[in-house]
Unconditional design. Structure first.
Length: 308
């Protein structure tokens, strides 16, 4: 199968964990140990989150007073290279030497008129106390929003329209390459007066991964997160895991925009547009997910919803 695996940000840096290179390396290693299990006999494309990493680079850049901080599109490009390097190396240490790898800096077009620019919602960077977040918002002109019992910086998250590097990704897959691309939802760009330029935004990784999987004609989209399925009534005594769902039924349930919502939306869009399956599940279950035995499988093949 041709499989697109979208790694959640938690796969690279766990909540509350220090944003050190060593911690990121260890988490990438753990993720790659799971991905390696489905590599034999399959074509793999790996996308990933980058919110904590972009936020860290932004903070580091802000500490240098001699120049304006680098914009988010440039920071996104930097994190694609950094995280791609770690994934290539750690996965390369697990797979046969003959398996080629490539990380592609991936520019993604968005619409200048996207309403997301009027309402920033995408969290980036570390979590803060309310007092620290309000102080940073005042000093730096940030938008902030609650994230659990903490606060984070939020930026616009426009929808992806076009992935510019889709052709070289296809060429690499045809040669048996494991490709890392569309990191952090890709580098956000738009056309202005006929010229392409980067913008201050972060594209949702799951929606971009769904577009990537669609354009690559993937057989399966795996959205890997830190829970083993999508749940209704999450955190309540009545919570139930969803085993299988038709996208029309799943979209009616409603999921939180800041957590499972984008994953469900991405899975539903891929299933509707392609007729193939998307699965939301935990990274340690990836072998079983590929066999159709774990996670929440979103597909148009069956009506209704089946719970565990």
């Amino acid at each position: 199968m041709r499989i697109v695996i979208a790694l959640g940000g938690n796969a690279l840096l766990r909540r509350g964990e220090a944003m050190t290179a060593e911690n990121q390396r260890e988490n990438v290693r753990i993720a790659c140990e799971q991905i390696a299990k489905v590599a034999p006999g399959n074509e793999l494309v790996i996308a990933h989150g980058n919110g904590p990493q972009v936020g860290l680079l932004a903070l580091q850049g802000a500490a240098y007073d001699a120049a304006n901080p680098y914009p988010l599109d440039v920071l996104g490009a930097e994190t694609e290279g950094m995280i791609g390097y770690m994934i290539e190396q750690e996965l390369g240490n697990l797979l046969p030497f003959e398996v080629p790898f490539a990380t592609i800096l991936t520019q993604v077009e968005v619409d200048p008129a996207d309403p997301a620019f009027q309402k920033p919602t995408k969290p980036i960077g570390p979590v803060y106390t309310k007092e620290d977040a309000e102080l940073l918002a005042k000093e730096k002109g940030w938008s902030i929003a609650p994230d659990g019992n903490k606060f984070r910086r939020v930026v616009p998250s426009p929808r992806p329209k076009q992935i510019f590097e889709i052709r070289p990704v296809k060429w690499l897959l045809e040669k048996g390459t494991v490709v890392v691309c569309a990191g952090g939802g890709g580098i956000p760009t738009m056309y202005e007066n006929g010229k392409l330029k980067g913008i201050e935004a972060v594209i949702d990784k799951d929606l971009c991964s769904a577009l990537l999987a669609e354009q690559l004609e993937a057989d399966l989209l795996v959205i890997a997160t830190d829970v083993d399925a999508a749940y209704i009534d999450w955190g309540k005594p009545t919570q139930k895991g969803i085993a299988q769902a038709h996208p029309d039924e799943l979209e009616r349930l409603g999921f939180a925009a800041g957590s499972m919502g984008p994953k469900v939306q991405a899975a539903c869009e891929f299933a509707i547009k392609t007729g193939k399956a998307a699965v939301i599940g935990a990274l340690p279950d990836i072998e079983a997910i590929a066999r159709g035995e774990a996670g929440t499988r979103v597909s148009t093949a069956k009506p209704g919803i089946t719970y565990r």
